[in-house]
Design a protein around this ligand. Structure first.
Ligand code: C5P
Length: 398
């Protein structure tokens, strides 16, 4: 993961019990490549000590407006210069109220006022504090002033109550931060994708499937969501979590996958077929578990519909992107498939380069020719694919 490489972030941690999650958040932001500088409020430092944040961020931690370690004694100015965003997580009701008023009576509030970069807030508080009209007024005010608010979430609260006000989990906050920095190349577009393998039942417990992990399709769904698209992910059995901001429809067989796709395709601007759809299914699936005998067993297979070809052949098709995983002669097979299925774009890779692994090396094929991409983690490859398809989109659809 390197989605935040080269980004400098200030993480403000205020005095809520959710501060313990911010320690993990620092670790995740750092792992994604960000240079994180933590500013603790007095309350924040009561929940988690500066030592923890210093160890996890690898940077000095700041708590005091008058910190003498800053040469010119202007931590509130220097900390945000050259910074890509200030993220306050947890942002307590008190911090949000003080930001709404433009107060400058501690380091965090002062640097928020003095900053030139975006301000991102992850509220965390008791449900009644969150629902209170004063808090809602303050949230509306900071939003009107340009702050971007992530969450909060509903669920169990540290006080024992259940309701709205939990800080988002560190993984979700990381995803929001990554998405925040992505150009919104697919804003206003609806993307339908297929991902994963299909499972073609032989009987209630057995079936034919393949080794597709679904990782590439999920990475692409995530990249589309980060690029601002409204994403529907039609997924075969994978066990992967749905990427934030996508709507997942779970299916098992190719026939179910086709039905789910056709139910969503009318409103789609883009269709991306990443799934490794089984080419055949058993002609007859047994109603009950088949019993073992010593006789040979012959399965009769019948062809499955080609979902991508069907979508591409619609009277007004969305922009269709296909995938081709080949074990040899990639250029010839991939370009042949693109033409046969009448696709404006196809992503080709050699199975030995991508199947099941976290990295992938692909070549993009379109009317202008072939465009090899460097080997990279699937999230990065997905981002590059989205960039390319977005560049081909304008004017494609009537
Ligand atoms: O013809 P082949 O299966 O190699 O084509 C691969 C592309 O077609 C992939 O994008 C895959 O998702 C799609 N496909 C499909 N339905 C099938 C077979 C493949 O949508 N039955």
């Amino acid at each position: 993961m390197c989605e935040l490489k080269g980004r400098k972030l200030v993480l403000g941690v205020s005095g809520g019990v959710a501060a313990y999650k911010s320690a993990e958040l620092v670790r995740l932001l750092g792992k994604a490549g960000a240079d994180v500088h933590v500013v603790l409020t007095e309350g924040g430092a009561r929940f988690v000590t500066p030592v923890t944040f210093q160890a996890l961020s690898g940077n000095p931690v700041w708590t005091d407006l008058w910190d003498a370690r800053m040469d010119n004694n202007m931590a509130h100015i220097d900390l945000t210069r050259g910074t890509d965003a200030v993220l306050v997580a947890p942002a307590t009701a008190d911090v949000i109220a003080r930001l709404a008023q433009g107060r400058a009576d501690d380091l965090l509030s002062t640097l928020c006022l003095a900053r030139e970069c975006p301000l991102l807030l992850a509220p965390a508080m008791n449900r009644q504090m969150w629902e209170h009209p004063a808090t809602q007024r303050n949230v509306a005010q900071v939003t009107a002033d340009g702050a971007i608010v992530f969450g909060p979430d509903a669920g169990d609260q540290a006080c024992g109550e259940v309701g709205m006000g939990r800080m988002l989990e560190p993984e979700d906050l990381l995803e929001h931060v990554i998405a925040f920095f992505q150009p919104k190349l697919l804003a206003g577009r609806r993307v339908v994708l297929t991902a994963g393998p299909t499972f073609e039942a032989i009987d209630p417990v057995r079936g034919i499937t393949n080794s597709s992990s679904g990782k590439m399709g999920y990475a692409l769904a995530q990249a589309c969501a980060r690029a601002g698209a409204d994403v529907v992910l039609v997924s075969g059995p994978t066990g992967l979590p749905a990427p934030l901001g996508t709507r997942r429809l779970d299916v098992r067989s190719a026939l179910e996958m086709r039905d789910a796709v056709m139910g969503e395709i009318a409103a789609a601007d883009v269709f991306i077929g990443v799934a490794a759809v089984a080419d055949y299914r058993p002609l007859n699936s047994a109603e009950h578990k088949m019993k073992k005998t010593s006789a040979e067993l012959t399965l009769t297979l019948t062809p499955n519909p080609d979902i991508l070809a069907e979508v591409a052949a619609l009277p007004t098709p969305p922009f269709c992107v296909g995938f081709a995983a080949e074990s040899r002669d990639l250029d010839a097979y991939a370009e042949g498939k693109r033409r046969a299925k009448r696709l404006p774009m196809l992503v080709g890779n050699l199975v030995q380069d991508g199947l099941g692994s976290d990295d992938n090396q692909v070549i993009l094929y379109d009317d202008a020719g072939r465009h090899p991409l460097e080997r990279a983690p699937k999230a990065e490859v997905a981002r590059r694919i989205v960039e390319h398809l977005a560049s081909l989109l304008p004017g494609r659809r009537v």
